[in-house]
Design a protein around this ligand. Structure first.
Ligand code: SAH
Ligand code: SF4
Ligand code: F3S
Length: 441
């Protein structure tokens, strides 16, 4: 029985995919192990979204190479680097890679791994499918905890000019709502309290005319699951009905991730984001009008090709105007194959990108602190996800409905329970408080 060890990089979709990979391999009688030391095969499920994600994996492969000296350990690359670099990975003599499999090829992994002993076989499969949704693979070896990931759609048709994902993951395709519901019911029976619906553009979900709002309503009817989250949405796919469903269903959490990317219309157009500054602000207003409590988070890229100081200033103004609860801010990183890489020079100097990212992080820190401090005195319903935090065994950690981290003293409750916590303190990253009561849920 071959022993397999898998490491996962990148987004939640990759976390979920690694669970699919483990399930496929277990079915074929491979043994999944937790350490590289005894592995016959090491799988790296990789990300290609920014160059530093790639570099991390290259570094890791070189370290594994030293560790495996003299042993027959095989290395396989899965995920977005597999489709992004294809055969180049196998042909690079300095990289000891034995096989590669893209995100739509995981059912073929047993075959690819068996083929390693056979010289004549192909050692890569990076074919992207228009249909594969792994609807028939329910991951049986999930990370334990309160949350389960579940992919409801895959791929992306948006082709934002900076983004490699449409090339690494292929075209959009959605899973049948009945099939999603069935898996969620099974997750509830396994004890999960929360599901996070995943897709590269999750709110463009559409299965034979049934849209994302329909899917959310369907999943809300599953008993035992108390919280439903979703990621990653695109601002273009928030019809009013979807916002109403999010606001109306207590199980659907009051948090919307609304990737802004940039605040200037010329840059937004060059990025092919399909909305303007004004349209984005109108959407924010509409969301807050339907539910003033909605937690808003975002992604921003600084230093997109040709972005001037004045245009960057528009991003600053947009941040001031919206005041996000939190934001992920990235420096533009040119990705092979993308339209931006082909058409626009990566001409904003690194030092300038650094200055911009530092400035935005400072602004965001202030906003996060202000918005978190506004919760002091409130009572929040918290789902306990960890029985002690990284820093202390005297504290438990959980998340409120808006997905903010809440820390409180240890007590007679456990992971998976809901508690009411009275918030007494806040930092930019966490809320702190004390439990008022344990909820029956
Ligand atoms: N499908 C998701 C995730 C895309 S990657 C979405 O559309 O939101 C997550 C974030 O990484 C993006 O929102 C973007 O802000 C950032 N990103 C993507 N490509 C990038 C690049 N080439 N350089 C810098 N940041 C990038
Ligand atoms: Fe990339 Fe844009 Fe698709 Fe998101 S919506 S995955 S940023 S192309
Ligand atoms: Fe990375 Fe691919 Fe996810 S590029 S962010 S692992 S979709």
């Amino acid at each position: 029985m071959k022993k397999i060890y898998i490491e996962t990089y990148g987004c939640q979709m990759n976390e979920y995919d690694s669970e699919i990979v483990k399930t496929v391999l277990k079915k074929s009688n491979y043994e999944l192990i937790d350490s590289l030391d005894d592995a016959d095969v090491v799988l790296l499920n990789t990300c290609s979204v920014r160059d530093n994600a790639n570099r991390k994996v290259y570094g890791r492969i070189h370290r594994i190479k030293h560790q495996r000296n003299g042993r027959g350990m095989k290395i396989g690359v899965l995920g977005c680097m597999a489709t992004n670099f294809r055969k180049k990975l196998l042909e690079n003599p300095s990289l000891p890679i034995d096989f590669i499999a893209g995100p739509d090829s995981y059912k073929r992994l047993p075959e690819l791994i068996e083929g390693l002993d056979n010289e004549g076989k192909d050692h890569f499969d990076v074919t992207l499918s228009e249909f594969e949704t792994y609807a028939d693979v329910y991951p049986t070896s999930r990370e334990k905890g309160v949350n389960a990931w579940i992919a409801v759609m895959r791929g992306c048709n948006n082709f934002c000019t900076f983004c490699v994902v449409p090339y690494t993951r292929g075209r959009e395709r959605s899973r049948a709502p009945e099939n999603v519901k069935e898996e969620v019911e099974w997750l509830a029976s396994e004890g999960f309290r929360q599901v996070t619906l995943l897709g590269q553009n999750v709110n463009s979900y559409n299965y034979e005319g049934r849209d994302f709002a329909y899917l959310l309503e369907m999943v809300s009817r599953v008993d035992g699951i108390e919280r439903i989250r979703f990621t990653a949405p695109h601002p273009k796919d928030f019809p009013r009905r979807l916002l109403q469903v999010i606001a109306a269903h207590p199980k659907v959490c009051n948090q919307v991730h609304l990737p802004l990317q940039a605040g200037n219309d010329r840059i937004l157009d060059m990025m092919n984001r399909t909305y303007t500054q004004k349209e984005y602000l109108l959407l924010v207003d509409e969301i807050r009008e339907i539910n003033p409590e909605m937690v808003l988070t975002t992604d921003i890229i600084v230093g997109f090709p040709t972005e001037t100081d004045a245009e960057f200033g528009d991003t600053v103004r947009m941040m001031e105007e919206v005041e996000f609860d939190s934001a992920f801010i990235f420096k533009y990183s040119e990705r092979p194959q993308t339209v931006a890489a082909r058409k626009f020079p990566d001409d904003v100097p690194e030092a300038e990108k650094t200055e911009r990212i530092v400035r935005l992080n400072e602004i965001q820190r202030e906003h996060s602190l202000k918005r978190n401090r506004a919760h002091i005195g409130e009572v929040h319903e918290v789902l306990i996800d960890e029985e002690n935090t990284k820093k202390s065994d005297e504290h438990f950690k959980g998340r409120n409905d808006g997905n903010k981290i809440v820390i409180f003293s240890k007590g007679n409750y456990r992971q998976g329970q809901f508690v009411d916590v009275k918030i007494s303190d806040a930092t930019p990253n966490v809320l702190r408080g004390e439990v008022e009561r344990v909820l029956e849920k």
